[in-house]
Design a protein around this ligand. Structure first.
Ligand code: AMP
Length: 215
């Protein structure tokens, strides 16, 4: 089962991905993570990426698809994968289709976690992450609060908030996201792969809706 996750910033994609990984043994492939790993590897490409990633701009299609192709050839994706952060444009969707054809794979579901901007903003402003294990929390949502204020339940270290989770940056990120994503949603709708998931409830409610779709 191969899934593409499409969701506005702060929609809880990370949380839902972790739940899917746990339940179905899917590999979680985030192109942001792949790029960050490469940039920390000390390779020539990595050093170039290090500079580019700090600008927040998109990395060239060629670099991203090559990293993605290498990742898709690893053994751990035998149960399927969740693709997170890719594709971000129609061109990337087409490139992906080509690579999957080559590897004899296909996408089964494109899941769009739908939510309005106000709610997404509220979640973004409350979002906290453990710098050690990566677990996500939210100080405004009862079910996602850490047990001890500001500390990771498992690692007990101080939780951090992302520098781009402030009101002004979030507004821009959200609007840009929606504008860029609509053509992608149309593309996958035409191919009858798209399901829009109402993401206004708790993470558990959203996960239940996802399970109904992918079973
Ligand atoms: P993310 O972790 O998804 O927020 O991605 C972090 C950064 O990696 C983005 O700001 C981009 O610079 C780069 N990136 C991630 N995915 C892609 C992609 N599909 N195409 C181009 N650049 C990407």
């Amino acid at each position: 089962m191969n899934i593409i996750f499409v969701a506005p910033p702060a929609a809880g994609k990370g949380t839902q991905s972790n739940l899917l990984v746990e339940k179905y043994g899917l590999a979680h492939i985030s192109t942001g993570d792949l790029l960050r790993e490469e940039s920390n590897s000390g390779s020539e490409l990595g050093n170039k990426l290090k500079v580019e990633l700090t600008t927040g701009k998109l990395i060239s299609d060629e670099i991203v698809i090559n990293l993605l192709k290498n990742r898709l050839m690893k053994d751990d994706i035998k149960n399927g994968f969740i693709l997170d952060g890719y594709p971000r444009s129609l061109e990337q969707a087409r490139l992906l289709e080509g690579i999957l054809d080559e590897l004899n794979m296909k996408i089964d579901h494109v899941l769009y976690l739908d939510m309005d901007k106000e709610l997404a903003m509220h979640r973004a402003l409350g979002r906290l992450t453990c710098p050690k294990c990566g677990k996500g929390y939210n100080k405004y949502e009862e079910v996602m609060k850490p047990k001890v204020d500001g500390k990771c339940d498992d690692c007990h270290v101080d939780l951090e908030c992302r520098s781009d989770d402030n009101e002004e940056t979030f507004n821009t990120r959200f609007d840009t996201y929606i504008n860029n994503t609509q053509p992608l949603l149309d593309y996958y709708k035409e191919r009858e792969l798209l399901t829009v998931i109402d993401n206004s409830g708790t993470p558990e409610e959203t996960f239940n809706k996802i399970k109904e779709v992918i079973i």
